[in-house]
Design a protein around this ligand. Structure first.
Ligand SMILES: CC(C)(COP(=O)(O)OP(=O)(O)OC[C@H]1O[C@@H](n2cnc3c(N)ncnc32)[C@H](O)[C@@H]1OP(=O)(O)O)[C@@H](O)C(=O)NCCC(=O)NCCS
Length: 173
């Protein structure tokens, strides 16, 4: 049976934020994540939510690095809704939303890497192959102290499993 669903920019409620952050913290795909972090994306309208019959099932968040580059910063489908194709729909929606820019994403989860990024035109890169502006953004903006501490407190996360992906926008001539 296929769930009816809707992807939209509609704001998250406080209850949805709490539910999502609890799932993010329990997930192996993230270092650390705070309620304030998701509130900030929400207040800045940088969240795409997927709802089924009005119930939140997952989100993707993004950030603009500069005029040319954007980053997909969060991707989560709540555990009870995983495996139904929602992750794929959310990913494609956020890629479409950011398609006028080059897109950067960091991933630990093999599903994100192999079934989402590599199937939608992203290329895997080493850190030193990333554009300088993306490297600087990653080091100073995204990889903050609580994430470094979070990384070392999650024993199952291995640095060698962290991959960087970029997708260049399609240039119209
Ligand atoms: C990663 C995540 C967003 C995927 O969302 P999802 O709704 O479960 O994924 P979908 O049902 O849309 O499936 C997407 C693809 O992954 C495959 N897939 C889904 N679950 C899988 C599993 N357990 N094992 C292997 N492949 C799987 C699907 O077959 C599909 O592949 P296809 O394109 O070849 O058809 C979701 O699992 C999640 O939120 N995980 C926890 C948080 C996380 O790790 N986020 C990413 C941080 S890098």
């Amino acid at each position: 049976m296929t769930d009816s669903f809707e992807c939209s920019d509609a704001s998250l409620t406080e209850g949805e934020i709490t539910e999502l952050v609890t799932a993010i913290k329990a997930s192996s795909g993230f270092t650390d994540y705070t309620v304030d972090e998701l509130r900030e994306y929400n207040e800045n309208n940088k969240v795409i939510g997927l709802r089924s019959s009005g119930e939140i099932c997952g989100i993707a968040t993004y950030e603009f690095i500069d005029e040319e580059w954007a980053e997909i910063t969060t991707m989560i489908v709540l555990p009870k809704h995983q495996g139904k194709g929602f992750g794929k729909k959310l990913w494609r929606k956020v890629v479409e939303k950011l398609s006028s820019r080059n897109i950067f994403a960091v991933a630990f989860n093999p599903i994100t890497k192999n079934s989402l990024a590599l199937k939608t035109g992203f290329q895997k890169k080493r850190f030193w192959q990333l554009p300088f502006v993306v490297q600087i953004f990653f080091v100073f903006q995204r990889f903050r102290l609580h994430k470094i501490i979070g990384f070392f407190s999650k024993k199952h996360l291995k640095l060698e499993e962290l991959d960087f992906f970029i997708r260049r926008r399609i240039q119209c001539k």
